[in-house]
Design a protein around this ligand. Structure first.
Ligand SMILES: [Zn+2]
Length: 193
């Protein structure tokens, strides 16, 4: 869905490197940049990548397809529930309510501690990315955990990830399961037939 709004996709090195030539020059692929290892070893590079994406997703206007899906959903007796592996938050931006979206890899618009010191996740709305456009490096003070001061990271599932706090996504999944269970009940109770 996001690609048709002009967002880059990361399927294979060719498309990743096309979107991030600076990382191609450094010989880094998507799985390497999007990993806890890079947040630990080269945080300004990891945050350069995610900071650029955060800014891009915030400014991207969802294409007309989102509006069409929303119109279809509004005509359905039980509405609709979105299941997406996209982390861009575009469905919410297009007007789908937060409680009708399951982001199975979570969302770049939420942050967590890299340690993590607790299960706390917080909104990235206060974060203003400042990224060098050529080198794709985060400039200035890196985002930190408000509780322990360690480096913060987007609360999304990344490669080789043992530290992702999945509670937010799990809560969304519980809402989706509840919605599906309502939808699977007969619309006309047996007694009333
Ligand atoms: Zn912390």
């Amino acid at each position: 869905m996001g690609v048709d709004s002009g967002l880059p996709d990361f399927r294979g090195n060719a498309s990743f490197w096309k979107a991030y030539p600076a990382l191609a020059k450094a010989g880094l692929d998507f799985t390497r940049v999007a990993s806890p290892r890079t947040f630990a070893s080269d945080p300004s590079l990891a945050w350069g990548f995610y900071g650029h994406r955060l800014a891009l997703y915030r400014e991207t206007v969802p294409h007309q397809g989102f509006a069409i899906l929303k119109q279809w959903a509004e005509r359905m007796p039980l509405g609709a529930f979105v299941f997406t592996s996209n982390v861009d938050g575009q469905f919410q931006r297009a007007g789908f309510s937060d409680d009708s979206v399951h982001e199975c890899h979570d969302s770049i618009h939420w942050l967590q501690c890299t340690r993590p010191c607790s299960s706390h996740v917080w909104s990235a709305s206060e974060l203003t990315p400042n990224v060098n456009n050529d080198a794709r490096r985060w400039l200035g003070r890196l985002p930190t955990c408000p509780r322990c001061g360690a480096l913060a990271r987007p609360s999304i599932l990344i490669f080789g990830d043992g530290g992702w706090l999945e509670q937010r996504s799990a809560q969304q999944q519980a809402l989706l399961d509840a919605w599906l269970s309502v939808g699977s009940k007969p619309s006309c109770p047996v007694e009333a037939r």
